[in-house]
Design a protein around this ligand. Structure first.
Ligand code: PMT
Length: 345
C-alpha cells in the first residue's frame, strides 16, 4: 500500500523498443588466462580483507550452529568508471528489485543470505519504503505532538518489521556492497572461494546486471575528462570486454554449489535460445530467463534436465501486489533439493 496523494510517474524504465540490442553474438567464456590477466592487471578493492573477515564469521556461524543453506544473491547494476577520480561512469537500469525481493523469499524459506548488491540499490525489507516516489514521511502522522506510523500502513509495516528483525536476530542476512564492475568481480570471486566449505548447500543466484564492457585500469584517465578532449565535437571512448567469469565460477571458484544465472532479453523470440546457449557454454545448473518488458510477471526456468518451465502471474495477481519471486524461490529450492540429492547419490 503506498500513500496516494499524487499520481506516480516513472522515468527510470527505458523505452522498451530500443532499450538494449542483445542480437549481437555472445562473448566467449573466460579462460584461466583471461582470469589471470584480469586479476593481474586490476587492483583489488582496499576493503576486501574486511569483507573476508565478515564472510568468515557469517559462514562459520551457519556451518557450525544452524546448518542453514546459504544463498549468494547478487543484485543491481555495476558501474563502469570513465575516470580514476570518478566524476562520470556508465551505468545500467537495474534497481535491484529482483535481487532484494528474492533475498526476502530465500530468508523466509530458511536460507541464510549473502546479499552482494550495488550500494544504494534496493535492500531486502527496506525496499518496501525506500526508492519510492512517495516520501517516507507520507507513512507517518502526527498525534498529540508526537510522530507515529499512520494506522493505514501500520499492519503492513509491522509484518515487514517482524520479518526484518527475524533475519537480523538469527544472523541470517549479510549485506555486502559493490559499485564498480571491478569491485563486483573481486568480491564475487572472494565469496565463491569462501563458500567452498558449504559445497552443495551453497546456492548462487546471480541476478546482478554486470557490465559487458569497461575501461581497463591501464587505460583509465586519472582526472575528469575535459571537454577539450573532444575531436570534431565527438568524444571517443574505447571499452574492453569484461571477461565472462561465469565459467570460472563454475569450474574453479566454487565447489559443488548450485549455480543459477539470469538472462535478460528484450526480444521474446531469442530468450530461450540464449538461455540454452548460456547453459551449454558455462555448464551450470539453471538459467532464469526474463524479458525487460515483462520481468515482474513472467520468467522461464531453463535447464538441461527438465522441460522449459514458465512461472507466470496473472494481471489480477500483479494488481493485488503478489510478487513473482514468491513463486520463483520455492521452485528454485525444489531444484536445489534435487541438486543436493543428486550430488549425494
Ligand atoms: O533489478 P531489476 O530491475 O529487478 O532487474 C533484474 C534483472 C532484469 C537485471 C535480472 O533479473 C537479470 O536478468 N539479471 C541478469 C542480466 C543479464 O542479462 O546478464 P548478462 O546476460 O549480462 O549475463 C548473464 C549472466 O552471466 C549473469 O547472471 C552474470 O552472472 C554472468 N556474467 C555476466 C558478466 C560477466 N562479466 N561475467 C558473468 O559471468
Amino acid at each position: 500500500m503506498t500513500p496516494a496523494h499524487q499520481k506516480n510517474f516513472h522515468t527510470s524504465n527505458p523505452e522498451e523498443a530500443t532499450a538494449i540490442n542483445r542480437e549481437i553474438p555472445e562473448f566467449a567464456a573466460a579462460q584461466i588466462s583471461d582470469e589471470d590477466k584480469y586479476f593481474a592487471n586490476h587492483k583489488p578493492p582496499s576493503y576486501l580483507p574486511e569483507i573476508k573477515e565478515e564472510l568468515d564469521k557469517f559462514i562459520k556461524y551457519h556451518l557450525e550452529n544452524t546448518g542453514k543453506r546459504i544463498a549468494l544473491v547478487t543484485s543491481g547494476g555495476t558501474t563502469v568508471p570513465l575516470e580514476n577520480n570518478t566524476v562520470r561512469f556508465i551505468d545500467n537500469f537495474s534497481a535491484g528489485t529482483r535481487g532484494a525481493t528474492s533475498a526476502e523469499y530465500f530468508l523466509e524459506n530458511g536460507y541464510a543470505v549473502i546479499f552482494l548488491h550495488r550500494e544504494f540499490s534496493l535492500l531486502p525489507y527496506s525496499r518496501h519504503y525506500s526508492h519510492s516516489t512517495n516520501c517516507f514521511l507520507d507513512y507517518m502522522t502526527e498525534v498529540n505532538g508526537k510522530i507515529e506510523i499512520d494506522p493505514k500502513y501500520s499492519e503492513q509495516m509491522l509484518h515487514v518489521y517482524r520479518k526484518y528483525h527475524e533475519a537480523q536476530d538469527s544472523n541470517s542476512l549479510l549485506l555486502i556492497p559493490y559499485t564498480t564492475v571491478n569491485q563486483y568481480l573481486y568480491t564475487l570471486k572472494l565469496i565463491s572461494e569462501e563458500l567452498k566449505p558449504c559445497t552443495n548447500k551453497a546456492l548462487f543466484y546471480l541476478a546482478a546486471a554486470v557490465s559487458d564492457f569497461f575501461i581497463p585500469q591501464s587505460r583509465m584517465p586519472q582526472h575528469k575528462i575535459q571537454s577539450s578532449a573532444a575531436t570534431d565535437g565527438e568524444l571517443v571512448i574505447r571499452l574492453a570486454q569484461v571477461p565472462k567469469f561465469l565459467s570460472r565460477l563454475v569450474e574453479n571458484w566454487s565447489s559443488g554449489a548450485m549455480i543459477i544465472s539470469f538472462k535478460l532479453e528484450t526480444d521474446s523470440s531469442i530468450l530461450i535460445k540464449k538461455a540454452k546457449s548460456a547453459l551449454e557454454r558455462y555448464h551450470h545448473q539453471l538459467v532464469i530467463g526474463n524479458l525487460l518488458q515483462t520481468r515482474k510477471k513472467e520468467v522461464v526456468f531453463v535447464d538441461l534436465e527438465h522441460d522449459d518451465h514458465w512461472v507466470r502471474l496473472t494481471d489480477e495477481e500483479v494488481a493485488n501486489g503478489k510478487e513473482i519471486e514468491s513463486e520463483m524461490i520455492p521452485a528454485v529450492i525444489t531444484l536445489h533439493n534435487e541438486w543436493i540429492k543428486k550430488s549425494l547419490a
